[in-house]
Design a protein around this ligand. Structure first.
Ligand code: NAD
Length: 338
């Protein structure tokens, strides 16, 4: 089947082979193409990029065909496309695919604005095509182990650290849109609840956009969460802690070690154990999940609505005016009436 077929036909056969294309031959798109080229039941039709040197790099890295524009890819016939072009182009490229009944996985963040993200969601829904958002961290086996460990627990608080050096190829976004959006998605996913309050502290120490962010949240279910992210740490670190009424779970997303403390006793003693963690490559697991959703017509693992909700919170963090300390001081100490 190709892009000329209907989304309904696409759901008819859960085992059929799929013709898949990739848009954007940069860092992420090249990884998508590498993984797709090795998946059973997938024909990697090619990768699209306007830059000849990026096309040449993809051809030599992956051994696939490369096209200068989307129409050349469409002409070959594709069932599904993964979109790893710069974020400001997601909207235009996603709509071009949806119009042709092509299922899409859109890299995170889903779009540059909530309105554009919502537009993609609405268009995919009315066309009946699968739309998944590339929040790849959900497919990190350490994250999956944490999610399993806290399942059914009464979650109290979550702390996430995602820090590292300034990336050499950063475009026009800061740490909130580039990094914290991963963790906003994790907080929403862990708690299965919406974020209802945000308290951001942002600073631009070296970069033009914010390169330090300390973000605090409260979910509708009452969980307190914070994200510490920056581009000022000389090494990469990614860690998650979750406190529940019955457990304290700690995960290192890079070494993939996940440990839980449990069995708290009144004398302060407790038990501790390392949890089993899988070995899957997160991007491979994500792309398999996307293609399964395309084949079966089931809801994808990360829906467009979830992608938009996380983007909305990230943008709210950027829009929230910081409270100047001086104004609090001017008001003087809070009076206790009595
Ligand atoms: N899930 C993750 O962990 C993760 C990590 C990095 C980036 N991303 C996301 O992936 C997307 C791409 O990021 P990147 O780091 O690979 O950027 P990149 O700059 O390395 O690659 C973008 C590529 O898109 C190409 N491009 C530009 N215009 C195009 C067009 N009209 N059609 C097709 N290709 C076009 C560029 O030439 C470039 O090769 C962004 O949305 C980013 O937020 C996600």
């Amino acid at each position: 089947m190709s892009s000329k077929g209907s989304a309904f036909d696409a759901k008819a056969d859960a085992n059929r082979g799929l013709r898949v294309g990739v848009v954007g031959a940069g860092v992420m798109g090249s990884n998508h193409a590498r993984v797709l080229a090795g998946l059973p039941g997938v024909t990697l039709v090619g990768i699209v990029d306007p830059l000849p040197e990026h096309r040449a790099r993809a051809i030599s890295l992956v051994g696939c065909r490369a096209f200068a524009d989307l129409d050349e890819l469409f002409a070959e016939g594709v069932d599904a496309v993964t979109i790893a072009a710069p974020t400001h182009l997601h909207h235009e490229i996603a709509l071009a695919c949806i119009t042709r009944n092509i299922h899409i996985l859109v890299e995170k963040p889903v779009a540059s604005t909530v309105e554009e993200g919502q537009d993609i969601v609405n268009a995919a829904r009315s066309a009946g095509v699968t739309l998944m958002v590339g929040h790849v961290e959900r497919f990190n086996p350490a994250v999956a182990a944490i999610k399993q460990a806290i399942s059914g627990e009464d979650i109290l608080s979550i702390g996430i650290t995602r820090v590292g050096p300034f990336p050499p190829r950063m475009s026009n976004v800061g740490v909130v849109i580039d990094l914290a959006v991963h963790d906003i998605d994790l907080i929403r996913w862990f708690t299965e609840s919406d974020i209802v309050e945000v308290q951001p502290q942002l600073s631009s120490a070296v970069a033009e956009r914010e390169d330090i962010a300390l973000l605090q949240f409260r979910t509708a279910s009452g969980v307190l969460a914070h994200i510490n992210t920056n581009w000022l740490t000389p090494f990469k670190a990614r860690s998650v802690t979750v406190a529940t009424r019955g457990k304290y779970v700690m995960g290192d997303l890079l070494t993939r070690q996940v440990t839980e403390c449990f069995g708290f006793k009144p004398d302060g003693s407790y038990s501790m154990r390392h949890l089993p963690v899988g070995h899957d490559e997160p991007l491979r697991a994500e792309l398999i999940a996307f293609l399964d959703a395309v084949r079966t017509g089931n809801l994808p693992a990360v829906s467009g609505d979830e992608g938009v909700a996380s983007l909305e919170i990230a943008i709210r963090c950027l829009e929230q005016p910081a409270k100047p300390a001086a104004s609090a001081a001017r008001k003087g100490p809070r009076r206790v009436v009595g």
